[in-house]
Structures are given as C-alpha cells and as structure tokens.
Ligand binder design. Structure first.
Ligand code: 5GP
Length: 402
C-alpha cells in the first residue's frame, strides 16, 4: 500500500482568478475550436468534398463548440443529436441503438450528423459486429466511434482500441474512461484520437460509494490533458459538471471537450416521460384568489383548506450501470455485479436550446473575465485559486429564479 499526499482537486475546490482584460463584450468571444486528430486518417480527399460542405471541413478534422452530450439514456438520443448538431455541438449516442437504427440515422448526406455525432460501443463481440455493419452500410457517413467502458484500465480495452484502429484508419476513435496520464498515453498510442477522462465524478454515479475508487476530476483533467497534448492527442472531461462554471473550469484545466450528462438531462429531446407531481404547501391562497372561479387559469390551485397546491414536472434520469438501466436493456443486473449508478428525478426543462444558451453564456463570460477572446486561449489565461468556499448559498433554499 502507498499513500500519495499531494492535494488533488475537484471543480468545487477552485475558482478562476479574474484578470485585466481588453475584451469589450461576451459577444467577442469565439467558442469554436478546430482540431486535427492524431491517429485518424480520412480516406476522402479533403480537397474534393461535395458541394455544400462548409469550407472549414476542408482544413480541419473537427470544427465546433466542443461540448458533448453523454451517451446516456435521456441524453444521447437521435433527437438530442440533431438539436445539438444544429449548433455545432457534439453527441455520443447511447450504445443501445441497433445497427439498423444507426444505419438509418447516418445514411443521409447530412454533414452535421457525420461531423457532430458518434455511435458508441463497448468491447463485446456484438458491438464489434455492429460497428462493422454501420461502417459498411452507412455509406461512409460514420466518422466517430465512442468506445466506452467503465474501467478503461483493463488490458483488453487498449487491445480492442488497437484492433479498431488497425481495421478502420478512417474513423475518429474516442476511448475511455481513464483518469491518469500514463493510461491516456497508452490509449492514444493504441490508436485513440480522443481520450475520455473521469472515473466516478458523475451526477448519477455511485462508483466511489460502491468501490472506493475514483480520482478528483479537475486534477484528472489537468494530468490527462497534459499527457494527451504531449502526444498530439485530445481529451474529454467527462462527468462532474454541475453548472456552467464547472464547464468553464474543465476547459480552463485543459480539456479539449467537455461531456455532460445531468446538465443535459430533463429536456424534450431526451425522450423521457414527463412526470407531474403535486405538493400541498403550507402557503394559503390569498382571499382575492379565493373569489375566482377558474383556479387553473391562475396557474395555482388549492385544496379544501385553501392550501396552495404546487405542481412540479420531472423526468427520470439514471446512471448507465444503475439497476434501472440494467433492467431496461439487459433484463436485470448480472448476479456478480452491483449497481454503480443512481436513479433520480430531474426537473423537466423543455427544449435543450435554452439550457445550451445558458451554458455558452456562462463560458463566454468566463473568457471575458480572464481576457481570452477565444475558448482556445482560456487555459493559458487561467490561474486557479484554491478555495474553501465556492459561492454564497445563503438564499439557496428560497431562490425563485436563477
Ligand atoms: P454528469 O455529467 O451527469 O455528471 O456525468 C456524466 C457521466 O457519468 C457519463 O458521461 C458517464 O461517464 C458517467 N456515468 C453515467 N452513468 C454512470 C453509472 O451508472 N455509473 C458510473 N460510474 N458512471 C456513470
């Protein structure tokens, strides 16, 4: 047994120090990034792309706002992918779409789907067959595959990445999850272009509780980004972002992409059932309200004791190794496994576009605070300060709008 005494950091352990800046407005901040991937060898001649492709695709492998929707139920859906791709934001689809569904989705000449959507697989034989079918039958329109297993440290994972790389040089490989520099390097050397970083920080993850295994997410991002960039690779900070400020901290720590689950859950595009709950409050209806006949028009109703009844809408959300996910997709948990995910209700939030606007507004503002006119500059402009207190929560319980 060994103990490492160095202090490692989560997003909540730091703030970003403001700096003198000449930037006039948040509008001046460019959140687009361009990447050329290390191991991907496109088989098309990028000088002769079909008409209609924006010029940018002729130079770089990737150009967009580097936020990703996670391959989780209620987040990584086709509807989410189309909604986000229209804003040049990326989606990793859930692993559970069938080959036929994926072929139908990708077999269109829609450059947004090609450039902003990945299919996801594990390491099973079925997944290998599925990948081969989609590549063969989607008419060359599948560009990204996300190879996702909970523990990217198992030996067979790097071997599997190598096999996919050798068989499909013209596919961008996302692989994870890991949390240390040396394993990031190993996956990149095995053929991954983008390594997914994060073990245990997720909003509906209970790995740290069930196993005691994990790594503080901001430190993982900083270490893995450094290791990846040294080899010309890229990383995704996956999990643990609770607010736009955390997304900004992930980028500031060196993440090329930031993947979100919980922050994108609860929207129409996720496809979950909206559950309405009613709560009898202690608040009494006002006398003038009681005169009115049509309570529903007011958006408020009350019970026979005149207590206001509040309605709240929720959507179910769960970890992909929770009981709920295992029951839905595999008919239950295998008897040698325990659940490592939670099932929760998240507030229903309507269309995802508003949430995205809020997240992007936050990151733009971060950039103006530190004088970064491009997202690319954010990490260079960042000094993290370690803190004991992140924000003032005195009115958290009585907040009416954020
Ligand atoms: P969030 O953005 O919700 O904090 O984290 C999303 C990430 O949590 C996902 O992209 C995935 O890496 C991870 N995740 C999703 N489901 C589970 C689960 O059931 N168990 C664990 N350990 N991690 C999960």
């Amino acid at each position: 047994m060994r103990i490492e005494n160095e202090v490692l950091l989560d997003y909540s352990d730091v703030l970003i120090r403001p700096k003198r800046s000449t930037l006039g407005s948040r509008k001046d901040v460019d959140l687009n990034r361009q990447f050329t991937f290390r191991n991907y060898k496109p088989h098309v001649d990028t000088n002769v792309l079909p008409d209609g492709y924006p010029l940018v695709y002729k130079q770089e492998h990737y150009n967009g706002i580097p936020i990703m929707a996670s391959n989780m139920d209620g987040v990584g859906t086709f509807e989410m992918a189309d909604a986000l791709a229209s804003q040049n934001i990326f989606t990793c689809l859930v692993k559970t779409y069938s080959a036929d569904e994926l072929i139908e989705f990708f077999d269109t000449d829609d450059y947004l789907r090609t450039n902003y959507v990945a299919m996801s697989i594990g390491t099973s034989d079925d997944d290998w067959c599925k990948l081969q079918s989609v590549i063969a039958l989607a008419d060359g329109n599948l560009k990204y595959v996300c190879m996702d297993i909970a523990n990217g440290y198992s030996n067979h994972f790097a071997q599997h990445v190598r096999k996919v790389r050798e068989t499909f040089p013209e596919i961008v490989i996302i692989a994870g999850n890991v949390v240390t520099g040396e394993m990031t390097e190993e996956l990149i050397l095995a053929g991954a272009d983008i390594v997914k970083v994060g073990i245990g920080p997720g909003s509906v993850c209970t790995t740290r509780i069930q196993t005691g295994v994990g790594f503080p997410q901001l430190s993982a991002v900083i270490d893995c980004a450094d290791a990846a960039h040294g080899l010309g690779g890229h990383i995704i900070a996956d999990g643990g972002c609770t607010c736009p400020g955390d997304v900004a901290k992930a980028f500031a720590g060196g993440a090329d992409f930031v993947m979100l689950g919980g922050m994108l859950a609860g929207h129409d595009e996720g496809g979950g059932e909206v559950i309405t709950k009613q709560y009898v409050t202690n608040e009494l209806a006002r006398p003038e309200e009681l005169q009115l006949k049509n309570r529903v028009d007011l958006g408020r109703t009350w019970d026979s004791g005149n207590h206001i009844i509040e309605r709240k809408q929720f959507v179910q959300f769960y970890g992909m190794s929770s009981d709920a996910a295992n029951t839905k997709h595999f008919g239950g948990l295998k008897d040698y496994r325990s659940s490592e995910g939670r099932e929760v209700l998240v507030p229903y939030r309507g269309a995802v576009a508003d949430t995205i606007q809020n997240i992007l507004g936050g990151i733009r503002s971060t950039c103006t605070y530190v004088g970064a006119n491009q997202l690319k500059q954010l990490t260079k402009c960042t000094t993290f300060v370690r803190v004991n207190n992140q924000f003032n929560a005195v009115y958290a319980a009585t907040t009416t709008k954020v």
